[in-house]
Write a protein of this length. Structure first.
Length: 418
């Protein structure tokens, strides 16, 4: 019995010493039997979804049936392959309710995740978008010398409250189209029109503002040198006296009272029913073949100096995310590259806002005319936002051009309100 207890005690001591040995419990290695092969499982890493950049563009630029769409899509495809991203283009109305700025303003407070990364806006909407903090400043994102190749008016359009907020890429301006059978040279001055016996068609209708481009250019040319055009009585008198003389001579096409945009005047010019009519550069470029029997020139002015009121479009960055901003910068840079912008703008029938891009267009008389106009071009003056001034001028212009009031009576009514 004593021997059994001694053996049991020794066995317990051995177990305790083994458990307390350095290195802890031994690791068990399981070697599979060769006769029982184990299945091999390969875990594939998840493929990340490509970054999706969203662009909001005007419908004239984004829709498939519009000119320039093929060139635009080709640039997008190259960018997607090079950057490994997906680009989604969302077309929207250019302006007004349901337009680009309207959607931007309404989306930001309620669904900011649905905002685009890049947006194209008309020049006149850039300041409002910037002041509402809807756009990102471009100074830290693009090289400053990129602005140097923009035409002067485009450089101005890119700024909002002295901050660089956009990159203009397209431009347009109003000018004259005329039949050389009616006039051998473009009528530079009002006097030429009054002695030509050729009716002049320009838009002077509209319910909200007198400032169709033709009327604004007429008014500015009538403002005495060095004087402020804001509610300028001398300019208004000269303007109304010219309109009265043209109306009495049967030299104002009455169709002008029914239209607000030169596209309607252009259609009449193409049909041959308006020998002297306002149009735009983009309309002329899009239908040069049909306009072979017409010639072009600046809008007639009181002093005979060509004036060109510029409209256009600019890219702006909306996203504040650094990664998406870097991609947005690269995409805009690709779209704004000299060759790319030249190719797209030529196909889209719009003038590029970069000098070097326009210089790549084939040389012809109209392109030379556009070069000069773009250098002299200016933006919509701030006073055109004065609704009371616009309303009173508009009423006076309509009254004179429809024969309801003389220039003197219409001028007196406006001056009483000013």
């Amino acid at each position: 019995m004593k021997a059994f207890l001694s053996l049991l005690f020794a066995l317990l001591i051995a177990i305790i010493l083994t458990a307390c040995a350095p290195g802890g419990a031994p690791t068990a290695t399981v070697t599979p039997s060769p006769s029982e092969p184990q299945p091999s499982v390969t875990v594939q890493p998840a493929t990340p979804e490509p970054v999706e950049l969203t662009l909001w563009l005007p419908d004239w630029m984004a829709l498939e049936e519009n000119a320039g769409h093929e060139a635009l899509m080709a640039m997008m495809t190259i960018f997607e392959k090079e950057q490994g991203v997906r680009v989604t283009i969302v077309p929207k109305r250019p302006r007004g309710p349901g337009g680009l700025l309207d959607w931007l303003q309404k989306t930001q407070p309620v669904a900011p995740s649905l905002l685009p990364d890049i947006i194209a806006l008309p020049f006149q909407d850039i300041p409002a978008a910037a002041r509402a903090d809807l756009l990102q400043p471009l100074s830290p994102l693009f090289p400053e010398d990129l602005q140097g190749d923009l035409y002067p008016f485009a450089q101005e359009a890119s700024m909002a409250d002295e901050a660089w907020m956009s990159l203009p890429f397209a431009a347009d301006f109003e000018h004259l189209a005329f039949q050389p059978a009616a006039l051998s040279e473009p009528p530079a001055t009002w006097d030429v029109i009054l002695t030509s016996n050729v009716p002049y068609l320009f838009p002077y209708g509209g319910a909200e503002s007198a400032w169709t481009d033709a009327i604004l250019l007429h008014y500015l040319s009538a403002t005495p040198n060095g004087e402020d055009p804001v509610r300028n009585r001398k300019a208004l008198r000269s303007l109304l006296e010219f309109y009265e003389a043209a109306y009495r001579g049967g030299l104002v096409d009455p169709m002008g009272a029914q239209i607000t945009h030169p596209k309607d005047a252009w259609e009449s010019a193409l049909q041959g029913s308006a020998p002297l009519a306002e149009t735009t550069a983009s309309l002329w470029l899009a239908q040069q073949g049909q306009a072979a029997f017409l010639r072009f020139g600046p809008t007639p002015t009181r002093d005979g100096k060509g004036r060109y009121l510029m409209h256009g479009w600019a890219y702006a960055i909306v996203t504040a995310d650094e990664t998406r901003q870097n991609l947005a910068v690269q995409l805009i840079s690709d779209l704004m590259a000299t060759d790319s912008l030249a190719r797209w703008s030529y196909q889209a029938h719009v003038l590029p806002a970069r000098r070097t891009s326009l210089m790549q267009w084939p040389a012809d008389d109209f392109h030379n005319f556009a070069f000069e106009a773009m250098e002299k071009g200016f933006l919509q003056p701030a006073f055109t936002q004065d609704k009371e001034m616009a309303r009173s001028v508009h009423q006076a212009v309509l009254a004179v051009l429809t024969g309801r009031l003389s220039a003197e009576r219409a001028w007196n009514q406006v001056v009483l309100e000013w």
